[in-house]
Design a protein. Sequence first.
Lengths: 459, 227
Amino acid sequence: MKRLLRMFGTTTFRLALVYTAIFGVSVSGLFGFILVTTDVFAKRQTETAIVAEVAAFQEAFQREGIPGLVQAINRRADPNFGWAGIYLLIDAASNPLAGNIGAWPRVSEENDVWINFKIRDVSKAPEEIADVQAQKFTVPGGYKFLVGRDLREAREFRGQLLRSMYIALALTLALGIIGGVAFSRSIMGRIEAITRTCQQIMSGELSRRVPMTRTSDELGQLTLRINQMLDQIERLMTGMQQVSDNVAHDLRTPLTSLRNQLETALSQTSDGSPQSLSIEKAITAADKLLTTFRSLLRIARTEAGVQGNLEELDIVSIVRDVADLYEPLADEKGLQFETRLSPVQKISGDRQLIAQAFSNLVDNAVKYTQSGGKVTIVAEQDQGLSSFVVADTGPGIPPEYRERVLERMFRLEESRTSPGSGLGLSLVSAVAKSHNLDLKLEDNYPGLRVTLLFGHLSE
Amino acid sequence: MRILIIEDDLEAAQYLAKGLRESGYVVDLAEDGNTGMLMATSENYDAMIVDRMLPGIDGISIVEAVREAEIGSPILFLSALGEVEDRVSGLRAGGDDYLVKPFAFSELLARLEALLRRSATTTEATFLSAGDLEMDILARTVKRQGKRVYLHPREFRLLEYLLRHTGQVVTRTMLLEHVWEYHFDPQTNVIDVHISRLRQKIDKPFDIPILHTVRGAGYKLEPVSQS
């Protein structure tokens, strides 16, 4: 249903619809013209036939007078003659002398030569009404005479024509709409393929390319250019990744040896001596540096969409484990720790990354909430939408900084004194992006409320 | 105990060798993949420490060859690549543990000892004990000095891991990896809190503590001598 609605909204479909409408109007115009022409032609033909017959009767009258006329009429009025005409000759007393209708029709336009009237069809089916157009004359001696044609057949033909036109018009419109739907669907399919590929690439599947169907048309050209562009982006990205991997390897090795030397030095000092305390501090500092470095690398790799071990994850169980890990810490700090976890749909993802993201969120919540505060962790499923919430009653994050805290190494002025590297939320953001989770930072009145949303409302 | 180290960074390798020798191991050193491969498949070692990135044959290929030659000695991978997929590929090739550079020497020693212990005791015990502490894994009960100690499931697993490595140093990272199955370091050191909770239950009510903190390294479960 949603797909259908979306199709109605596409440019291609609207174009097809407009085109169909214009075409429909022109076809209607054409049909109207044909109908009017046919009418005129049919009328003229009837009149020509009548006029020709009248000429023949006049000739018979001039040659042989009334008896000749009567004879001519009777011959033509004979049903076996196969003539479609209507005839009547009456005398001054209105007595019929010849013809195939019983009485002179009652017509208003006494003075006109052309008259139209309806009579019962005596010859064929008595209940039918014949629709007649006729020409009347006054013959010397008080006789009156008319020659006509039954118009029913012409009318029927016209009706048939009109019906055919309606059907043809309906067919035109239907074909136009079906064609429009098919056309827009085929175009939409190709555009959707492009959109889908773009989404996959944004979620980190850098090797994806738009499937090529035709290269000759405009869309094919667009596809080709997009794929070429993607090739280039991929080259740049893998190059960058290579550099960061090399930096990791090259910088970590000297750092390792620095740390190891410190460890050796530590083992040569006696416990509790001023030297050993200094060395321990140096080791802690080195460790912090290395941890920060490792986190940076992990975020970079996650953002670049390096695929880990993808599996179907029950995130609720991961969240439960994380909550389980932090519950004693919260307890020790004197925080209320509440978990409301209901089952949610499974999500394909990297277990370690998801666990680390939630661990970072809960870690922050516990770290920034004062004793007596509350940390709440919620997982719930609302139709197709899974949501995970980590909320605290700490100082929160001012709205203007909610975007910026996701940047690497950004820390709020107030929290600079507390331990941390400013990478926790950056990792959460990177993990959310690579797993198609929607990350929202909101006010918890008071505190911070972080929501991760997955899926979309059912169609 | 004979240990083989295959590591191309000479400084790191010599530091490792020196530390291990001081801890009482016999250490052989190979500085490139080809030499390492030759030594690993021709000599007998109780354990091997293999760097992943090596000149010549890389670490993964060496380990695959070693396993193909049906040599079962425990192997510890060293690598600057710390991502999960690298870890998985290393373990899949036949490695037994994976340590990301840079590491503290104490971390490496703890892991190496755990590996050597694991290869010595092959059967999975269902009843563990250390001095006066007893754990029945099937019944999920813990007793100390005959008195029942009630533990949460996670505390139980934590104690189980410590008991399986009685007398050895167990690092925080090892606990995170084996008890929580996390291959990352949480920002705050949450493990300490769990340990202190466990201590409340297995140490505090009794005279002599058995769960000790090892400075700069981790924790150690040391049984109380029965005498």
